[in-house]
Design a protein around this ligand. Structure first.
Ligand SMILES: [Ca+2]
Ligand SMILES: [Ca+2]
Ligand SMILES: [Ca+2]
Ligand SMILES: [Ca+2]
Length: 137
């Protein structure tokens, strides 16, 4: 089944940068169906399902796109773990829908160091003690 192109003037950058660890709006997708003149009026936004799409949420009336949980540059969760999250936004009005592929590039931030050693350790009395403390940056 094809789709009709009744939603016009789909306005969005095709590649968006987003800094890791942040929450909030990735972008505000705008669409105009040409019927009423104002952006987003009469449009319902949604995401395709599967793949990287499942890591995002979109407000169905405003088109504001967010990560479900804030991304970690060092631990990418996109399908091929390259920190480029590829999604498909769908704008629908009463006449049909149109799709737009969007790539979100997660960029590196300087994380606070994390101590990854275990929080507790055993120590036998009269023993020689060695404790390795590992710090990841
Ligand atoms: Ca919008
Ligand atoms: Ca990180
Ligand atoms: Ca990717
Ligand atoms: Ca980092």
């Amino acid at each position: 089944m094809g789709f009709t192109s009744k939603v016009h003037e789909y306005q969005i950058l095709s590649a968006i940068e987003f800094t890791e660890n942040e929450i909030g709006s990735v972008t505000d997708v705008d669409a105009n169906d040409g019927d009423s003149g104002s952006k987003d009026v009469g449009i319902t936004f949604s995401l395709a399902s599967g793949g990287d799409n499942d890591l995002f949420a979109i407000d169905n009336s405003t088109g504001v796109l967010t990560f479900v949980s804030s991304p970690d540059y060092e631990v990418p969760t996109d399908a091929n773990t390259d920190n480029y999250y590829e999604i498909t936004v769908i704008a629908t009005d009463s006449d049909g829908s149109t799709n737009k592929n969007i790539t979100i590039a997660v960029t590196d931030a300087n994380d606070a160091p994390q101590i990854t050693s275990s929080a507790t350790t055993d120590f036998a009395e009269n023993g020689t003690y060695c404790f390795r403390c590992t710090i990841n940056r």
